[in-house]
Ligand binder design. Structure first.
Ligand SMILES: *[C@@H]1O[C@H](CO)[C@@H](O)[C@H](O)[C@H]1NC(C)=O
Ligand SMILES: *[C@@H]1O[C@H](CO)[C@@H](O)[C@H](O)[C@H]1NC(C)=O
Ligand SMILES: *[C@@H]1O[C@H](CO)[C@@H](O)[C@H](O)[C@H]1NC(C)=O
Ligand SMILES: *[C@@H]1O[C@H](CO)[C@@H](O)[C@H](O)[C@H]1NC(C)=O
Length: 372
């Protein structure tokens, strides 16, 4: 209920305010720090040795919409954080794993695609295999601490990157932790017990960056996990009552809703703990669901075409985990803007633009940014 109220509030303000696009934004902070997964990875996963350089987003057709070649983003173009950075007037962001190649920038992205909020040891002890390029939140945080201790070149640079002068974002909206477990046969019942641990991991991470000086924290809720082509393919069932009106798996979406409710409660408690903190939630669940609804043609029967990947091969959802987008026999749709899902595991850039477009304006107001 609380989360619905927050979202309604966001939608209302967004509708009443003009978009910040194409105007200059002046905000009372100068730097972005970003933790998360593939919705905000601008090129870390492909730089995690030794397997990163072999990952799909190093190949065509990743980046086909923008800038026309692969950039390391798991998207046809931009990802979530590109739009956030642009909208707060701090467009020059870099990925942590190549920060030594840049001298001056507006933010560091620690997010790594396909990563988990929980440590690898958690999954090891339950017999769940996690890919070797997973960089769990705890490791992303240790990168952050290393970064804060590294030398800055000029006094201006040093002042700019202070946590007190930044916005820190936490976006584990893909729920990869739960996705890996479900794909490897763990029951909904078992996976539900991971939810409070995922929430704790994020809130504890936020507490740590606050203790290091951060005063502005933004977090995003989980996307509807039960609508992803990779989940629909793996957990496909002939039981039609398992699907909702959009063709998504109800039980899996309920996991995401359960997570969102707990995450919101935990961040409200954090706000009570640190009254001076500006803490903002942005919704992925409702905004993505709205995007899917817009692209859904009524009477689609068993499978909703709006849930097919743009890039991929085979199956009901144009997704095959042995022949991912970027492999020789995978094909790409003519217009990614018509699709919700890019490669079965991630959204197209038009979804990121739509979600951020709705969420960012109220966030800018709450962050005391001025449109100039
Ligand atoms: C940046 O360079 C320093 C000094 O050579 C090195 O210790 C550090 O690991 C590098 N950082 C990254 C993220 O590559
Ligand atoms: C994850 O591992 C780090 C050390 O790498 C540890 O400090 C942290 O407490 C662990 N987190 C959880 C949630 O187990
Ligand atoms: C669904 O039904 C078809 C035809 O009866 C059968 O071949 C298929 O294996 C079933 N699929 C699942 C996931 O049970
Ligand atoms: C909160 O902000 C006020 C006014 O800026 C300041 O006086 C107070 O010490 C701050 N409290 C904490 C807990 O940081």
């Amino acid at each position: 209920m609380q989360s619905l109220k927050t979202i309604a509030f966001f939608l209302l303000i967004a509708a009443a305010t003009t978009s910040s696009q194409n105007t200059n934004t002046k905000c009372p902070f100068q730097f972005l720090y970003h933790f998360g997964d593939g919705i905000s990875d601008i090129g870390n996963s492909v730089r995690v040795e030794p397997f990163g350089p072999l990952l799909p987003p190093t190949r065509d057709p990743y980046g086909v919409t923008f800038p026309g070649h692969p950039t390391g983003r798991w998207s046809d173009g931009r990802v979530d954080v590109d739009y956030v950075a642009e909208d707060v007037g701090l467009p020059n962001i870099i990925q942590y794993l190549s920060m030594n190649m840049s001298k001056s920038y507006d933010g560091i992205i620690f997010s790594v695609a396909r990563s988990t909020a929980l440590n690898t040891s958690f999954f090891d002890s339950r017999g769940i295999h996690i890919p070797p390029y997973d960089i769990p939140l705890a490791t992303q945080l240790s990168w952050f601490r290393t970064y804060l201790q590294s030398n800055c070149t000029t006094q201006t640079e040093c002042a700019k990157r202070q946590p007190s002068n930044s916005v820190v974002l936490f976006e584990f909206s893909e729920l990869n932790d739960l996705g890996y477990a479900l794909l490897q046969g763990k029951s909904i019942q078992e996976v539900t017990t991971y939810v409070p641990l995922l929430v704790d991991a994020q809130v504890n991470a936020a507490r740590e960056v606050i203790k290091l000086g951060a005063t502005r924290v933004v977090y995003t809720t989980a996307a509807p996990l039960g609508c992803y082509p990779y989940i629909l393919t793996a957990l496909s069932t002939n039981d039609t009552s398992a699907y909702d009106g959009l063709g998504c798996l109800k039980a899996v979406n309920n996991l995401a809703l359960n997570f969102n409710e707990n995450l919101l409660k935990a961040f409200l408690a954090l706000q009570a703990e640190f009254p001076n903190l500006t803490i903002i939630g942005a919704d992925y669940y409702l905004t993505v669901t709205a995007q899917i609804t817009l692209k859904t043609v009524l009477g689609f029967g068993r499978e909703n075409p709006a849930l097919r990947s743009c890039c991929g091969i085979g199956g009901r959802y144009n997704y095959d985990d042995r022949r991912l987008c970027g492999s020789p026999d995978a094909t790409v749709c003519p217009n990614p803007n018509d699709y919700i899902y890019w490669d079965g595991l991630h959204f197209t850039q038009q979804v990121y633009r739509a979600v951020i477009g709705i969420q960012v304006v109220p966030a800018l107001l709450l962050l005391k940014c001025r449109l100039i």
